[in-house]
Design a protein around this ligand. Structure first.
Ligand code: GDP
Length: 138
């Protein structure tokens, strides 16, 4: 178990003005921000990031959505970070997300679901390294 996870505030949440509230929720839940940046993914970057989903029927929609506007990417540090952060963001489909979770509060739909959270320690490391160099971490 590591104490790190990776997140993205997705284009829907940024466009709908939820960035500040989501960052507040993350900090209030006890996570420390180790790295953070505001950027817009290119198609090639989004395809590479979601390569694990390339055979899924929603892959094209997912990539198109993720490049539709700017996002906020971050590495977070906290106790049992991957699992605790997945609990904070809630179920993939906001219709199924528990009350008080970030997706329940801010997501629009199963694809425009406000936020990403790594699903394992291994993927947290891979995803963090995809976005950040060692010079960008504090
Ligand atoms: P997560 O780990 O909760 O983010 O969920 P997954 O790893 O299963 O899926 C990755 C992302 O693909 C989700 O966060 C959604 O943005 C998107 N996604 C998942 N299922 C669907 C779907 O059925 N349709 C569409 N359009 N997007 C989906």
């Amino acid at each position: 178990m590591t104490n790190k996870t990776f997140t993205m505030i997705k284009p829907d949440a940024v466009a709908n003005g939820h960035t500040g509230n989501i960052i507040n929720d993350i900090i209030a839940a006890g996570f420390k921000i180790e790295a953070m940046k505001y950027l817009q993914l290119t198609q090639a970057q989004a395809e590479a990031f979601y390569a694990v989903h390339s055979e899924r029927p929603f892959f094209r929609d997912l990539v198109n959505f993720m490049i539709s506007g700017p996002i906020v990417a971050a590495i977070l540090e906290g106790e049992n970070a991957v699992e605790n952060f997945r609990n904070l963001i809630g179920a993939t489909n906001p219709a199924n997300a528990a009350e008080g979770t970030i997706r329940k509060k801010y997501a629009v739909s199963i694809d425009a679901n406000a936020i990403h959270g790594s699903d394992s320690d291994e993927n947290a490391a891979i995803e963090g390294n995809f976005f950040f160099s060692s010079f960008e971490r504090f």
